[in-house]
Ligand binder design. Structure first.
Ligand SMILES: Nc1ncnc2c1ncn2[C@@H]1O[C@H](COP(=O)(O)OP(=O)(O)OP(=O)(O)O)[C@@H](O)[C@H]1O
Ligand SMILES: [Mg+2]
Length: 157
């Protein structure tokens, strides 16, 4: 299936998009975020959190821990591989979370290397002009692929 491409014109729009899409996420889903510094990965994550009834103000990339956990409609496990390595993930027994009952959100998924899951939602954020970002949504693996149509409907008018 073709990826879904959306242009966001502001931080708020990126957050709102994440919030809208959160409906489609189910226990055990993995959201892999790709994109440069300042592309809007954390903004999108805050939006997803809001959509799951988690206060977005509580959402920050982990600094002193390997991941942050937020509790909403789903538990969210928030990772940021800018700050930790795939080796750190291995050391913490990451499988329990990646393949558990919550929603795993990973910033800087470029750095997952061989730990990239077989099935995941792919969110690529690319800089456009100053406040514009191109957001490309796609799915890898059976579960998410079967629900990409649902995700597409959520992005519609
Ligand atoms: N359309 C947009 N969507 C998201 N953020 C935007 C947009 N336009 C401008 N911005 C700005 O870009 C920055 C995005 O920050 P954010 O922390 O979400 O990025 P990030 O991809 O998580 O970066 P990092 O890799 O440093 O964690 C913010 O300063 C925000 O105000
Ligand atoms: Mg970030």
């Amino acid at each position: 299936m073709k990826p879904i491409t959306i242009t966001s014109h502001s931080y708020k729009e990126t957050l709102a998009l994440g919030a809208r899409l959160a409906k489609v996420f189910r226990p055990g889903d993995i959201l892999c975020l790709f994109g440069d510094l300042g592309a809007g990965k954390t903004a999108f994550t805050k939006g997803v959190a809001r959509g799951l009834r988690i206060d977005p103000h509580h959402v920050h990339s982990p600094t002193f821990t390997l991941m942050n956990i937020y509790e909403g409609r789903l538990s969210v496990y928030h990772y940021d591989l800018y700050r930790i390595s795939a080796d750190d993930l291995l050391g913490m027994g990451y499988e329990e979370f990646f393949y558990g009952k919550g929603l795993t959100v990973i910033e800087w998924s470029e750095r997952l290397g061989p730990l990239l899951p077989k099935a995941y939602w792919k969110v690529e954020l690319r800089h456009g002009g100053e406040d514009s970002r191109r957001i490309i949504l796609s799915a890898e693996g059976e579960g998410p692929l079967a629900r990409l149509g649902d995700l597409r409907r959520l992005t519609g008018p």
